[in-house]
Design a protein around this ligand. Sequence first.
Ligand code: 5AD
Ligand code: SF4
Length: 471
Amino acid sequence: MNNIPVMEPDRQYYFMDRCKERLADLMEKAGRGLTYNIQTFGCQMNAHDSEKLKGILDLIGYQETESEEADLVIFNTCTVRENANQKLYGHLGHMKSVKAKNPDMLICLCGCMMQEPHVIETLKAKYKLVDIIFGTHNIYKLAELLYQRLDTGARVIEVLSHSEITVEKLPQKRKYQFKAGVNIMYGCNNFCTYCIVPYVRGREKSRAKEDILEECRMLIDAGVKEIMLLGQNVNSYGNTNPEISTTFPELLAEVAELPGISRVRFMTSHPKDLSDELIDVIASHETVCRHIHLPVQSGSTKLLTAMNRRYTKESYLALVDRIREKLPGISLTTDIIVGFPGETEEDFLDTLDIVERVRYDQAFTFIYSKRTGTPAADYPDQISADVIKDRFDRLLTSVNRIAGEELARFEGSVRDVLVEEPNRQDASLVTGRTSENVTVHFPGSTDLIGQIVPVRLKECKGFYFIGEQDL
Ligand code: 5AD
Ligand code: SF4
């Protein structure tokens, strides 16, 4: 055992080889191939992590399946809202009967929820069917932990409180051949008072610019048309790494200018530090998509202060004006929380007011969820469920009406659409997105998937368009 490499990623490639040998034996015994299934919850970051897990499992020799009756099932969990936790326990209850049919099946849990100590305690005590548990800081170690489980037959639990390293150059399996996410940073230092992310994803850490650019070049060479730069707050890229002197606008410009790139997006951008330089870089680069996701959370300055968002209603509106002045027609989308502790009717009316003024193309609305360990969980004046429901319904009516009215501005125009998939309801249609991230369904063959084609947006159907290829 003393020839195990110490350095990453060599160490993980070593364990992938060892797992491959084990798997070959298991497959021979079973007389069939072995399968895996990954169920991903939560945000883009988790979706991207799952692509890395899939890359490792494919290399080991497992075959992916849609069915949870697989030989290895992984739940990549989210814990942003409390109900996600309940859902996972529900799923695991169901998995008991699935595992009863295939006792050799392995169940693995990872992701944000695993970073919460009380979750690990519950799993240890009540969910003995789980074979492998790891957290957000060591997803790169899947092969090593899997090997340990295969080798010892004992349950493996490894959850780290922070990560020392970012491991580069591991395999990944992309869901789409023509678009890909690229992490530019991990973790979050913002500590919005309602949010558990800084506790479960750890402190902010940026990747080296050269590693990011190299990954982008590799993706472009492999045929990727659209790259999404990912971070909890991309605007603070490099801030906590003294060796990185590049700012996010500079990085974005470099990615946008890579030979062969068609589109670049980014997610998420915190309103407190979205700079004028960033607006200028978007304006001066056609390849940067005309869409900014700009989570406002609330329209009340009092609540924004209590949330530790570090902007006011007025400064947010001024930022929106600056963006629209240089980028007319750009699509703005947002996240809004209803029912944060202390939210009065007046505060809520401020939220409705900011929605009316900004006029978002899309808004994701969330009911405040109390997360143990966050400052807001101990705030007085938690809001009752019926008041929240009433406000939530009013907000939803408002954001939906405005989104429909706003999207209509594209009606009749011809936009470049990146075709992503066949339409799920109607096989004669394909579905894609404009630079503004607007969904368009139009008649076309699946040969168009992965191509960017001009499409006339004929009819606005609320959240999406029916279009026609502009030949
Ligand atoms: N309750 C409700 N929504 C939350 N979000 C984050 N934490 C919570 C919480 N405790 C929402 C925010 C964030 C989005 C990803 O999830 O709106 O922007
Ligand atoms: Fe959570 Fe705020 Fe960080 Fe976003 S910026 S992940 S809402 S703490």
